[in-house]
Design a protein around this ligand. Structure first.
Ligand code: ADE
Length: 231
């Protein structure tokens, strides 16, 4: 799985994802990342990548040419078309199901906007999916792109060492994850639920499912209702 990120801040993407599980996955060749600096593709002699909006208004708009040429360079390298995800608050809200669909591809291109926006014409030309990470506005698409890449990466086989953990966690069965405990058995006068020490795996599984359902009902009534409707 290879992620190409078209951005004005390649170091931001590279440095962040070089850590923790995504960093290890890259070292092990399970995923790959190429942050492409859009500025490297501008034909402007002052390396400019933005300009004033036609019709007036505040802020600057990222111009079509550098983005299009950066995109073309990536497509030529890959040798075939692939999804181009534009990170924008106007997009479809990112969910676990969407992450699973994207995880099926060998390559993904993510486009990060900045300033007040991106020239609409290049978006019409190259974008296949518009994705938002939630109803709030960030200063750019880099953090959203990293959220999307992190979420998809952990679904790639071999990225999580314990393959189980991708299947039992929150959202996987439409429920939130059950509570977890580790040593010591008693901490701050609070004991671990005795059933977890019983060694009876069937009972533990049943208790965990019960807990998942109960906490989904309280914390996410919307998800709980969907779960009930599906039964
Ligand atoms: N760019 C700015 N805000 C965003 C958001 N909420 N989701 C995706 N891209 C964005």
């Amino acid at each position: 799985m290879k992620f190409y990120v078209l951005t004005l801040f390649p170091e931001m993407i590279e440095q962040c994802l070089a850590n923790s599980i995504t960093g290890r996955a890259m070292e092990q060749g399970k995923i790959a990342l190429e942050a492409v600096n859009i500025r490297d593709y501008t034909l402007d002699k002052h390396k400019k990548v933005d300009d004033y909006p036609y019709g007036g208004g505040a802020g600057m708009v990222m111009q079509a040419q550098p983005i299009y040429d950066a995109y073309r360079a990536v497509i030529e390298k890959i040798g075939h078309p692939c999804p181009v995800i534009y990170m924008t608050p106007q997009g479809k809200t990112f969910k676990q199901e969407m992450a699973k669909d994207f995880a099926e591809y060998e390559e993904l291109i993510l486009l990060c906007g900045h300033y007040e926006g991106v020239d609409e014409r290049v978006l019409e030309e190259i974008v296949t999916h518009e994705v938002s990470i939630g109803d709030y506005v960030l200063t750019g698409g880099e953090l959203p792109a990293m959220v999307v890449i992190d979420t998809i990466s952990r679904l790639v086989p071999g990225v999580l060492h314990n393959d189980d953990s991708a299947n039992t966690e929150s959202f996987e069965n439409g429920l939130l994850e059950y509570p977890q405990y580790s040593r010591p058995e008693v901490w701050n006068d609070k004991a671990v639920p005795p059933i977890l020490l019983s060694g009876d795996h069937a009972k533990v599984d049943a208790w965990r499912l019960e807990q998942s359902i109960a906490r989904t009902k309280v914390k996410r009534p919307d998800l709980y209702q969907e779960f009930i409707d599906k039964q």
